[in-house]
Write a protein that binds this ligand. Structure first.
Ligand code: 5AD
Ligand code: SF4
Length: 468
């Protein structure tokens, strides 16, 4: 435990005393609601925020209605995510009018940016508490200050490189878990806000990660995803000689019935060693999420990605050579500034050449303070959205063609329980993350099943259980 956490323990105790007073007065503990926007890293951060709130005597609820504390964990990756956070916070204003003691907090990537802090300071006076990504572990301290001093705490993230260990975590699932292996990003892709809002790369110590994964496996977790903005940079900042492939090799020695996933990998440093470790492992899922972003060398260079298509295709070919069953997925951005029609078509051709199982596609969104946002020749919204539709049409056909040969096969699927959209069916995911629907029952949730695939469409597989 480091110095900072010792002092956090004191703040946790202070807020806990406050919660006990509230409980004595109201006959029920105060309620906290944490809303998460954005990526898996934010999901993982929210599990820590909820864990800390629980330690501070709050009961965690899944809606804001009766809460004494609302925390919005924001995302800044695209403009849409920021607008959503502001509109959600706007909706909580009326709750504050009803209950003036309600504390409304915002944290995460959006509120590290100075212009957003200023905006919230002046236009959202009912936001009481604000802190950024690298101050996450200081949440108890900032909340204690807010409760004690009764005035707004709008905390500007310092350049804090603390890798806090030992924070309480309130995991949302009993069988799927996130484990952060590193924080921050040093890559500065020219379109991306992440390096500005999550700071420089810092890796967790290997032993701490191994201990956490071992405990999860011992507690029955079946599917563990290692998180980092670029997991391939893992270990570069540690004194101990250990790269990401070494970390995976060590984790793979943990006994148990579980799968390890990881994301995200940057192609510029996805090594053959990493692929070899995956191929020969017992627990590492044959699933590679390898963001390509564009199929044009000129655009990749303008994006500051440090690889070209020859290098990218070389990695894909090596993955398929070593793991013919690998599921390969990607991120693609359309409408990067100055992207020409021909360059966009290079991306379409790259999709046809690589044949990803699935892609996450994004319309380029200018982010204040990033180099790409300064480029004058931005692509019009109409052209961006037309390209987006064409990209999806090409990929959807490929996804369908990739899924169809799975018909008739028996696949191992981790059951996630009843489907969120249709309570007549159950759903789960394959090793490669594909969604499977089947007839099931509640006790199967969190268990591996063998399912015979009977039908496949673009986005999902459908089958029947042949082994429980
Ligand atoms: N506009 C659109 N998409 C973006 N991404 C990152 N920044 C932007 C942006 N400014 C996408 C990239 C990244 C994924 C997480 O989000 O494809 O891999
Ligand atoms: Fe953003 Fe690039 Fe870092 Fe990924 S690697 S978080 S896209 S800057």
């Amino acid at each position: 435990m480091n110095e900072n956490q010792v002092s956090q323990t004191e703040y946790i105790a202070a807020v806990r005393a406050n919660s006990a007073r509230y409980a004595a007065e109201h006959g029920t503990p105060p309620i906290a609601f944490v809303l998460t926007l954005g990526c898996q890293q934010n999901e993982a951060d929210s599990e820590k925020l909820a864990g800390m709130a629980e330690e501070m005597g709050y009961e965690i609820a899944d809606k804001p209605d009766d809460a004494s504390l609302i925390l919005v964990n924001t995302c800044a990756i695209r403009e849409h995510a920021e607008k959503r956070a502001l509109s959600l916070v706007g909706q909580y204003k009326h709750l504050k009018a009803k209950r003036p003691d309600l504390v409304i907090g915002m944290c995460g990537c959006m509120v590290v940016q100075e212009h957003r802090i200023e905006e919230i300071k002046h236009r959202y006076p009912y936001v009481d508490l604000l802190f950024g990504t690298s101050s996450l572990y200081r949440f108890p301290e900032l909340l204690a200050q807010k409760l004690e001093r009764k005035k707004r705490i709008l905390f500007h993230d310092p350049d804090d490189r603390t890798v806090a260990e030992g924070m309480p975590i309130r995991r949302t699932s009993t069988y799927r878990a996130w484990v952060s292996v590193m924080y921050g990003c040093n890559n500065f892709c020219s379109y991306c806000i992440v390096p500005y809002v999550r700071g420089r790369e810092r890796s967790r110590a290997k032993d701490a990660i191994v201990r956490e994964v071992r405990e999860l496996v011992e507690n029955g977790y079946r599917d563990i995803t290692l998180l980092g903005q670029n997991v391939n940079s893992y270990g570069k900042d540690l004194s101990e000689q250990c790269d990401f492939a070494d970390l995976l090799s060590e984790l793979d020695t943990i006994e148990g019935d579980y799968l390890l996933h990881f994301m995200t990998s940057h192609p510029k440093d996805a090594t053959r060693k990493l692929i070899d470790v995956m191929a020969s492992s017992r627990h590492i899922a044959h699933h590679f999420h390898l963001p390509m972003q564009s199929g044009s060398d000129r655009v990749l260079q303008a994006m500051n990605r440090h690889y070209d298509m020859e290098k990218y295709l070389g990695i894909v070919d090596y993955i398929r050579e070593k793991m013919p069953d690998a599921v390969i997925t990607s991120d693609i951005i359309v409408g990067f500034p100055e992207e020409s029609e021909e360059e966009f078509e290079e991306t379409l051709n790259a999709l046809k050449r690589v044949r990803f199982d699935m892609i996450y596609s994004f319309i380029y969104s200018p982010r204040k303070g990033t180099p790409a946002a300064e480029i004058e020749a931005q692509i019009s919204p109409e052209v961006k959205s037309a390209r987006f539709d064409r990209l999806l049409a090409v990929q959807n056909e490929i996804s369908l063609e990739k899924n169809q040969p799975l018909q008739g096969m028996a696949l191992r699927v981790l059951c996630d329980g009843v489907s969120k959209n249709n309570d007549a069916v159950y759903q789960g995911r394959t090793e490669g993350g594909k969604i499977v629907f089947f007839d099931g029952s509640q006790e199967l949730e969190g268990r591996f099943l063998t399912i015979k695939i009977e039908r496949a469409d673009t986005f999902a597989l459908y089958g029947t259980i042949i082994e429980k």
